[in-house]
Design a protein around this ligand. Structure first.
Ligand code: PEP
Ligand code: MG
Length: 747
């Protein structure tokens, strides 16, 4: 690289920094900067376009184009050459701009006389902020060196934008991270929350994009990279890493030792950037590449590089989780993703959780659900927008997040929360009353649980017991297999807290979406239909037996209820049951107390079990319909796939009729039957289930009140008649008829 251009570049950056240091308005600064850049690059035009909103760029300052066009000329992302730079996140360099495909002539700017065009994105770690353009009359391509120099300048502009250097209210320049923003994601867990942002990984703020002494900066970056290498080596030497962790760390080590990475950053420093800004420039380039790469392996590697850059930035700036930033009041955790153990650690301190990634079935979602914390997933790029302490509203029902909301939005939101709280108060009044219908039938309502922390809800919700205790959470949140004694202790505490009320412990339901961190994942083409739940339990009975022993010891002579997940045919149930009986026998022979009574049931989660031989219905002490799984297999619609998971109605007559057949088979044999999928907690669904003969439902604690309130208002025979009529009329679903009937029902 020629020395002269290096020192030119450094001179320009220093002049830019001086502009930042002056006490002037945002617009003045922008104007001076365009002048400085045009002068230094010896071009007639220099313009800065900044994003007005996520889709629109606005000409915010120019040297050389007509001043009247400033704040008037706008273009959409992808529109014209400027829009192309922003969309593709890469430079456009052309000697003859008007001849370029996609060129759009903006008459108000007077730019038609300029032939050559060089535009580079102004971006900061993946966040698009704008476009920097230089233009000249002479028809010439800019050299690689010039492109590079402009990219370095754009990096400094990005940091300056981030620091709010161009903000001022009079010109309508938007302050970054101050405007209201809305994110439309998906529901991970219903519920609403208002609070303040608590970033899982706070943004690193670079206050010194330009440095005076490149040699000093090079020392700093070499030193930080050295520390990074040592820390990765230390991690690699740690015990108990699994194959995947080793693979990720190996990739980290490869990048950290890559000469190219360090060399590029050193070159940026020689151009005048500080060590931090040089890391960010590399990180931005990696993010831009990540957006374009389809290959999942390469994406993973680029995301490793991204992580590594973050670590390096934290080393350089000393910023990070442990910088003493305090958790705000009513914290709402905002993160790209989070592991279940960490989320559990924050626990109910959090008012809500917003993730950029995640899925309905992810472990974090399972924990959020267990903790009843509103969760929105796939919330765009919220981690780049949000700052610690920002006001935030989480609407888990709609999957919407409002960041720094307008007061009117906040007010409407609070009204909604108040209405919900009001309703909860009304439900609390019903707590000690039975879910008895107008026609005198009583439906027993139970709750689903999975954590010790759920148990207090048993008192508050008015549930009769725990219809489903998902035991896998204790396995998911650890990094090694829990020991029998630990489990026994936990189960005993659950039973103590339930004060003699029935708790149906479901044995480990892993596989499918629930992969234990310490169990080798199976590369299955379709894990939901793969080696999961009782299939794993029967093939590897050691864990099943250990869990059963823990349950028997926890019961310590008290009654015990166990059920097996995902039973698909009778023999599976017989085998699983005999494991339990064998363990009871073994415990007895060892002189340990055995349960006073033991109920062994099966979860019906595959259609096949509905057609099992009569002997199955006779043998099972009870059956619990796992509607979430049963429905996904009945409709062949993946419960985790946003596109299809809500596509088919539970009250579709084909499914409702199928459920009724199950109820009929159970009543013929006197087998108690209940329903414990999410649908049981939806009042209209619960009503339909009761109308077709289900007398026991298990749901989230918060649903017990609304379901009970509705059941107490209805006559099940009438509801049944409404359903039958609709079926006879040939309707597809019972829902419209039921809704119509309910709307005319007295309060
Ligand atoms: C179900 O499938 O309905 C169920 C209750 O189990 P899980 O949601 O844990 O799979
Ligand atoms: Mg299930």
């Amino acid at each position: 690289m020629p020395d002269r251009s290096e020192s030119d570049s450094r001179k320009l950056l220093r002049r830019l920094r001086d502009v930042l240091g002056t006490q002037s308005k945002g617009q003045d600064r922008l104007d001076r900067i365009t002048h400085l850049i045009a002068d230094s690059m010896r071009t007639e035009v220099c313009s800065i376009y900044l994003f007005r909103d996520a889709e629109t760029l606005e000409l915010c300052a120019t040297e050389g184009l007509r001043p009247e066009a400033v704040h008037k000329t706008r273009m959409k992302l992808g529109e014209g050459l400027v829009g192309r730079v922003a969309r593709t996140n890469s430079a456009v360099n052309t000697a003859n701009a008007p001849a370029e495909k996609g060129f759009r002539y903006m008459p108000e700017t007077g730019e038609e006389i300029y032939s050559s065009f060089l535009g580079v994105p102004i971006q900061r770690v993946g966040e698009k902020l704008g476009v920097l353009v230089v233009q000249s009359k002479t028809e010439r391509s800019y050299s690689d060196d010039e492109v590079y120099a402009l990219e370095v300048v754009a990096m400094v502009l990005a940091e300056m934008t981030e620091l709010g250097a161009f903000t001022s209210d009079d010109e309508g320049m938007r302050a970054l991270h101050r405007q209201p923003a809305m994110f439309r994601g998906s529901t991970g867990q219903e519920g609403s929350a208002e609070g303040h942002v608590w970033l899982h990984e706070p943004r690193v703020v670079v206050t010194n994009p330009v440095a005076d002494d490149p040699l000093l900066e090079i020392d700093r970056i070499r030193d930080a990279v050295g520390q990074l290498r040592v820390s990765i080596n230390d991690l690699l030497e740690a015990q108990s890493l699994d194959k995947d962790q080793v693979q990720v760390l190996e990739a980290y080590r490869m990048f950290a030792n890559s000469r190219g990475w360090l060399r590029r950053m050193e070159e940026d420093i020689m151009r005048g950037l500080s060590a931090e800004a040089a890391v960010e420039k590399e990180q931005s380039a990696a993010r831009a590449r990540m957006e374009k790469v389809e290959d999942p392996y390469l994406r993973e590697r680029l995301s490793d590089l991204d992580d590594l850059s973050n670590r390096l930035l934290r080393l350089l700036t000393g910023q990070g989780q442990d910088t003493g930033a305090e958790m705000p009041d009513n914290p709402v955790l905002v993160a790209r993703n989070i592991g279940p153990a960490e989320l559990l650690e924050f626990g109910r301190k959090l008012k809500g959780v917003v993730l950029e990634e995640g899925s309905v079935g992810s472990h974090a979602a399972i924990v959020a659900r267990a903790l009843a914390i509103p969760l929105v997933i796939h919330a765009g790029r919220i981690t780049s927008e949000a700052l610690n302490g920002d006001h935030i509203l989480v609407d888990g029902d709609q999957g919407i997040v409002h960041l720094r909301p307008e007061e009117t939005v906040a007010r409407a939101f609070r009204d909604k929360i108040a209405m919900q709280a009001e309703a909860q108060k009304r439900y609390a009044g019903l707590r000690d009353l039975p879910a008895q219908t107008k026609c005198g039938k009583t439906i027993s309502l139970h709750m689903n649980a999975g954590l010790m922390a759920d148990l207090p809800s048993l008192e508050g919700s008015g549930a009769e017991g725990v219809g489903l205790f998902r035991t896998e959470l204790q396995f998911l949140v650890r990094n090694k297999m829990p020991r029998r004694a630990e489990l026994a202790q936990l189960y005993a505490r659950v039973m103590d807290a339930s004060k003699g009320r029935r708790v149906a412990f479901r044995t480990l339901d892993i596989g499918s979406d629930k992969v234990l961190p310490y169990m080798k994942p199976n590369d299955e083409p379709n894990p939901a239909m793969g080696w999961r739940a009782i299939r794993v339990g029967l093939d590897k009975p050691g864990v099943l037996r250990m869990q059963v022993q823990a349950l028997i010891r926890a019961a310590n002579g008290r009654p015990l209820t166990i059920m097996f997940p995902f039973i698909t045919e009778m023999t599976e149930f017989q085998m699983a049951r005999s494991h339990v009986l064998r363990e009871v026998h073994r415990e007895k022979s060892m002189g340990h107390p055995v349960p006073a009574s033991i109920e062994i049931g099966a979860m019906m989660e595959t259609p096949s079990l509905a057609y099992a031989p009569d002997a199955f219905f006779e043998l099972a002490d009870f059956i619990s319909i796992g509607g979430n799984d049963l429905k996904q297999f009945f409709f062949a619609a993946d419960r985790e796939n946003e596109r299809v998971r809500r596509r088919y109605d539970t009250l579709n007559f084909s499914f409702l009729g199928f459920l009724e057949q199950i109820v009929t088979r159970c009543s013929a044999k006197g087998t108690p039957i209940s329903f414990c999928g999410e649908d049981a907690g939806r009042p209209v669904e619960a009503l339909a289930f009761a109308a077709i003969g289900l007398r026991s439902l298990s749901m989230r604690p918060a649903s017990v009140g609304p379901v009970k309130a509705l059941l107490r208002r209805v006559d099940l025979d009438e509801a049944r008649a409404v359903i039958d009529d609709a079926r006879q009329r040939g309707e597809q679903s019972a829902r419209p008829a039921l809704m119509n009937w309910l709307s005319n029902l007295p309060e």
